[in-house]
Design a protein around this ligand. Sequence first.
Ligand code: F6P
Length: 363
Amino acid sequence: MKKIKTIGVMTSGGDCPGLNAVIRAVVRKSIQELHCEIIGFEDGFEGLIHNRHRKLDADNVSGILTLGGTILGTSNRANPYQYPVKEGHNPVYKDLSASVKKNFKDHKIDCMVCIGGDGTLSIANRFVKEGLPIVGVPKTIDNDVVGTDITFGFDTAVSIATEGVDRLHTTAQSHHRVMLLEVMGRRAGWIALHAGMAGGGDVILLPEIPYDMDVIVTCIKERRRRGKRATIVVVAEGAKPQRGKEVIKEKVNDPSDPVRLGGISFVLGKEIEKLTGVETRNVILGHLQRGGSPSAFDRILGTQLGSKAVDLIAENALGFMAAVQDGKIVKVPLSIVAQGQRTVPIDYPLIKTARSIGVCFGV
Ligand code: F6P
């Protein structure tokens, strides 16, 4: 087998806690087992397009395990196949994939470890098909990458969101209010479901289960009839009413994900207050879920996946990604991520458990 001399590593897409654990594992294991050089490319595909990079060694990755974010920086608007270039007032989209290929060649990259979510890994897969040596590591707080049962970042985000729910309970009870907590997750309800359950939410609204306003109103009124004057609603940013639409915060110049969700808790809160007569407040947790130190679970998972990525390089399993399936760290083809988003199945056991203890899903 060809001797591996140079490995590249990059983080791309929205950041999440645990990225540095992956980088650290890739660097340490590559040095220890493959005795090769590691080049870190900065700000995701930006660095590969514009040749922004730095050498990584054991010293560079010392002390980063506990840090949130990514020491390499990231970008979620740098698709090399549709890269926005300003011409006059409007951006035009250009195919700069040749620059990426040139940098692979110039740096003699034997393999690139591409750490990203579904958008990034789909781009990576396209490069693989065009001959570039890449292995993937899935990441996102949303937990929605197809091919892996869990992504690192999710556990930390759930902890933060759960703390949010916990804190809302006491103020909701003091004021006898309905309090809504809006959490991230795009069109997947994993964070809302898990934080809602961990925090004892009374109503949990997921994108996968479009809600009926009448059911939510009945639930709140029924709770008050039983003497429960406060209600906690945990709502995923992608939740939407039956026959209705999700709430869009903004549209952005990002061809792979042009929509930023957000604001459903405002809309819902106003309706709840109008229909129940109960004072209602909403909180959008936002990027607090993505920042800060990773949980112990995410540090370990990131390390395992980074280590597995180096195994994939050693066994020449290019075009694969490290993943978790049935509790094991495995390899799956990168092409699997193109299948879409991994959303919460309607018959997911935790939903059944939630229903069995009286949690309302708005239907
Ligand atoms: O995909 C991760 C995520 O945090 C989503 O949950 C959220 O919808 C989106 O990214 C927010 O993106 P941005 O950081 O660009 O606002």
